[in-house]
Design a protein around this ligand. Structure first.
Ligand code: ZN
Ligand code: ZN
Length: 558
């Protein structure tokens, strides 16, 4: 039976729910009507090839030996291994879609319709869909997302196996493969859509993957997204009414740029608390009175200090968690005369992918997310290091250590951009841009642009603070001013450390979406030497320990 996934009626759609991530609200209208790219179906008159770039071991044309149905024309991925040279095949088809705008919604579905012949094979699951985001008329890359779809091919081979099928025709069926996403920044005006494969090592016969549809559709905001934004806005309105902008002259200095607001929200105790000494310890209950001075007074830890220890993660003792459990003290703070001490259980306060990644939704990362007991010391008065060295593109100088290099205001640690092979690690992350290391520590390699990021930033002003490097200098979000990303600033450009200086904030880092080094490009200041990467508590069998001299060795499966 040929399953025409996602291209027929609602009845057909309901049969293949397992093959597509379907959003119920998107089913109301026929899908093809709303495709916003130029040629969503390749077999129309053969004109499609003009708007596509086909590269490597991929060709555009008629499908050969298409006994199974009137397959027509499209793109063919040729995975057949090259016996003579022994190299693996790779190729792709790409289309650029312009005139994208945030007006009218930022959610899309990129879908291809493909048929994997029985002999089609790739190593490392390397059959994928990818979307790269651009602004400024497509000239400025902002970030990209990628999804490996080969596990779906294998699953469907298993699910649709039918011994009645004539073996000569092959058992391959047409399926939909899709990537649902939201543009990570409102300025995105161009999308580059790619379907591709690498590590092709197919058999000599029937080793092709065919694509006959390649479609981009704008979809309504998913219901769970709408509900979450509404809840967030409600709680924001509530907490902001409880947390009026403090009057600068009433604040008590704690050291560095930190201040405490003694008035809080309860007027009755105001007179009393004003005369009392400020607290030296902060947790979720008083983080809304702890302010960091930028061009305004921000409360960066407010609403970021509690997290859930989720089912399927490991607790402090390494036991598998069987029921979600709130960890109210996920992040706690202590001020000394010279340091802010951040104690963190390192649990992300946002959804993550499932780890270990047994189903290879990402890259087969074998590690768990485990609750940690971490202590990070952040200097209150950061000092510029006259001998600072920036990292190089291939990590040859090892200017930043492997393991933790900073901590976000939700207690999650930052790592440098590299994995074990000194290759950028950014592909290996979940949709909130984090993943666990072999030491089972969840961490970020870049700014989380996922829709469930703990930081809200609509790009209407200089971004808020999102964390600190271990030299004590603050790390801000991506924007320098309304609509202007810091990485693009010509008035006050970032240097190779991702640092610049202004009168109000002093020296500070910015994250640079879509641009190396993504977070920080080296310690601009003198790093607190006590913030050594901790020894891993547990590791999977055979995993290397996290060694301070070595970069992140996670995702060893890939
Ligand atoms: Zn700045
Ligand atoms: Zn990593």
């Amino acid at each position: 039976m040929i399953v025409r996934a996602c291209s027929l009626s609602l009845i057909a759609l309901s049969l293949i729910v397992s093959a597509c991530i379907l959003l119920p609200s998107a089913l109301a209208a026929p899908m093809h009507d709303r495709a916003i790219n130029a040629h969503p179906r390749f077999d129309e008159k053969g004109t499609a090839s003009k708007s596509f770039t086909v590269e490597g071991d991929a060709v555009y044309g008629a499908f050969p030996d298409a006994h199974s149905e009137q397959a027509g024309r499209g793109v063919r991925f040729l995975s057949s291994a090259d016996g003579a040279k022994g190299h693996l095949r790779s190729g792709s088809v790409r289309e650029t879609v312009t005139n994208i705008s945030a007006t009218g919604g930022r959610w899309y579905r990129f879908r291809i319709r493909g048929l994997a012949q029985d002999g089609f094979h790739v190593q490392r699951d390397d059959l994928y869909l990818k979307v790269e985001f651009f602004r400024d008329g497509g000239t400025n890359s902002l970030d990209s997302i990628k999804k490996w779809i080969y596990p779906q091919v294998e699953k469907e081979r298993e699910d649709f196996r039918d011994s009645q099928t004539n073996a000569r025709l092959g058992a391959g069926t047409w399926q939909s493969y899709e990537l649902v996403f939201r543009t990570p920044f409102p300025e995105v005006d161009t999308l580059e859509l790619t379907a591709g494969f690498g590590h092709g090592s197919g058999k000599s016969k029937q080793a092709e993957f065919w694509i006959n549809e390649f479609e981009l559709v704008r979809i309504p905001d998913p219901d769970d997204y709408v509900a979450r934004i509404k809840a967030k806005n409600d709680s924001k309105a509530k907490s902001e009414s409880q947390r009026p902008e403090p009057a600068a002259d009433s604040l008590v200095p704690l050291g560095g740029r930190w201040y405490y607001d003694p008035r809080g929200t309860d007027g009755e105790h105001a007179a009393h608390s004003r005369s009392a000494a400020p607290p030296t310890h902060f947790d979720f209950s008083n983080a809304d009175r702890l302010y960091y001075r930028t061009d305004r007074f921000e409360a960066p830890f407010a609403d970021n200090m509690q997290a859930w220890l989720r089912k399927g993660w490991l607790d402090l003792e390494g036991k598998l968690v069987t029921k979600d459990r709130l960890v109210p003290d996920n992040v706690t703070l202590e001020f000394t005369k010279t340091e802010l001490i951040v104690r963190s259980h390192n649990l992300p306060n946002h959804p993550t992918a499932v780890f270990p990644d047994r189903w290879r939704a990402l890259d087969g990362n074998p590690n768990y997310i485990q609750e940690q007991r971490q202590v990070w010391r952040i200097p209150l008065e950061p000092q510029v290091n006259p001998n600072h060295v920036a990292i190089d593109r291939h990590n040859e100088n090892r200017a930043l250590p492997g393991g933790p290099i900073g901590v976000a205001t939700n207690g999650v640690i930052f790592f440098n951009p590299f994995d074990a092979d000194s290759v950028e690690a950014i592909w290996r992350l979940d949709r909130c841009c984090g993943h666990p290391s072999p030491g089972f520590e969840y961490h970020y390699h870049k700014y989380p642009v996922c829709v469930k990021s703990p930081w809200t930033d609509d790009g209407t002003a200089h971004s808020p603070l999102i964390g600190f490097a271990f030299d004590g200098f603050p790390i801000y979000g991506p924007y320098e001013s309304a609509g202007e990303l810091a990485k693009d600033s010509t008035k006050n450009p970032l240097n190779t450390f991702n640092v610049h200086h202004d009168e109000v904030r002093g020296w500070h880092y910015h994250v640079t979406p879509g641009k190396f080094p993504h977070l920080i490009g080296g310690y601009w200041g003198i790093a607190q030497v006590r913030n050594r990467p901790p020894r891993p508590r547990r590791g999977p069998p055979g995993a290397m320990p996290l060694d301070p001299g070595r970069p992140d060795r996670d995702s060893m499966a890939r």
